[in-house]
Design a protein around this ligand. Structure first.
Ligand code: NAD
Ligand code: WQD
Length: 345
């Protein structure tokens, strides 16, 4: 019998790639999404890749009754991967209450419903943002690194949600959880049938690079070249979204295994950093497309350098990010070309 997994935010960027990997690993997938930051057509992409159309419910997870109805309709759900959240750091500074309500209330509703409907395992999408500001004391950051001041209301919701899950499990709730702290997810499925759909002018580096290469944006600004790094630009741990998706499949098998701890934390990244300049140069080399770019001032709030120690996930989850950066950047470009071909942008 196939196990059924609820994927919240499953039409979003990481959720859609994870749904593909879950289906390919033999799970039944039920997606819940309110489509606030994704499109229903994503289901067509998932179906084309896997040959299976996942069940879909357009539900807002802030709505307790509507969320409860999902568990009534799909009584076989054994595990949840909870991606659904608002994620724009800058917007969260402008609209903190919206961020706290969406990200925190959605989690509270799911946690309350899990024991009632006998759902055993929760994978929670956290972020390296919990390691906070201004810069990590030691690199690479391990799961035990201190959580310093969070960078934004968005970052606070990740920190608070991690604490809520821990408190709930400490209270004796009959659930287990694995918290995955992602570094910087990038790229798209190699089929170019699913990918990232940023709203408006992108804040994140890779969509800005691909849109500049496509001529949608005039010029990429590299924010700062006077950092204490080898080439002066910031360093991040860029993790391929398909590798990241596979980490969720490994984590789901583990969280549903009765013999593992009630709560575990894993960094999910490549284990090494690349500078912004390296990203732009590798993109140009892989795609043979020029990116019009210049150096500009530092962006307020940017961390100078961060990358993860992911050896715990490597050994315990038996998972490793192994896609070469040039292939990852090529996948992002193919996705941008597909968006252009489809007249999306
Ligand atoms: P995304 O915006 O593409 O996907 C999130 C999905 O959740 C969207 O489809 C949106 O419509 C849905 N959603 C939001 N609020 C909802 C609600 N109340 N009810 C139902 N659906 C709702 O984002 P993503 O990049 O795929 O991120 C997924 C998760 O990973 C988020 O929790 C995010 O905070 C976390 N994360 C993302 C990154 C990143 O850089 N992309 C890094 C670290 C962590
Ligand atoms: C990457 C690097 C920029 C755009 C954000 C969130 C974090 C997490 C991941 C969710 C930085 C540089 C960027 C540009 C540039 N998300 N850059 N020019 O800031 O590491 O993290 O996404 O949890 O919480 O804060 O990602 O893609 O914005 O930036 O030079 O036009 O690219 O300075 O060094 P960031 P990013």
């Amino acid at each position: 019998m196939k196990q059924t997994i609820l994927v919240t935010g499953g039409t979003g960027f990481i959720g859609s790639h994870t749904s593909v990997e879950l289906i390919e690993a033999g799970y039944n997938v039920v997606i819940v999404d309110n489509l606030s930051n994704s499109k229903i057509e994503v289901l067509d992409g998932i179906e084309k890749i896997t040959g299976t159309r996942p069940a879909f419910e357009q539900v807002d997870l802030r709505d307790f009754e509507a969320t409860k109805n999902v568990f009534l309709k799909y009584p076989d759900i054994e595990g949840i991967i909870h991606f659904a959240a608002s994620k724009a750091v800058g917007e969260s500074v402008q609209e903190p209450l919206m961020y706290y309500r969406n990200n925190v209330v959605s989690l509270l509703n799911l946690l309350e419903l899990m024991p009632q409907y006998n759902v055993k395992g929760l994978i929670f999408s956290s972020s390296c943002t919990v390691y906070g500001q201004p810069n990590p004391e030691n690199l690479p950051v391990t799961e035990e690194a201190p959580h310093q001041k969070a960078t934004s209301p968005y970052g606070n919701t990740k920190e608070i949600n991690e604490q809520i899950i821990l408190d709930y499990i400490h209270s004796g709730a009959n659930i287990k959880s694995i918290v995955l702290r992602y570094f910087n997810p990038i790229g798209a499925h190699p089929s170019a049938l699913i990918g990232e759909l940023p709203n408006g002018v992108p804040n994140n580096l890779i969509p800005y690079v691909t849109q500049t290469a496509m001529g949608i944006r005039k010029e990429l600004t590299i924010f700062g070249n006077d950092y204490n790094t080898p080439d002066g630009t910031c360093i991040r741990d860029y993790i391929y979204v398909v590798d990241l998706a596979k980490a969720h499949v490994a984590a789901m098998a583990r969280v549903l295994d009765q013999d593992t701890d009630k709560i575990e934390y894993f960094n999910i990244g490549t284990g090494h950093g690349n500078s912004t300049l390296e990203i732009v140069e590798t993109f140009e080399h892989a795609t043979k497309v020029k990116v019009n770019w210049k150096y500009g001032p530092r962006r307020e709030g940017d961390i100078e350098k961060i990358w993860g120690d992911c050896s715990k996930a490597n050994s315990i989850l038996g998972w490793k990010a192994d896609t070469p950066l040039s292939d990852v950047l090529l996948s992002a470009w193919k996705w941008q070309e597909k968006l252009r071909a489809d007249g999306v942008m």
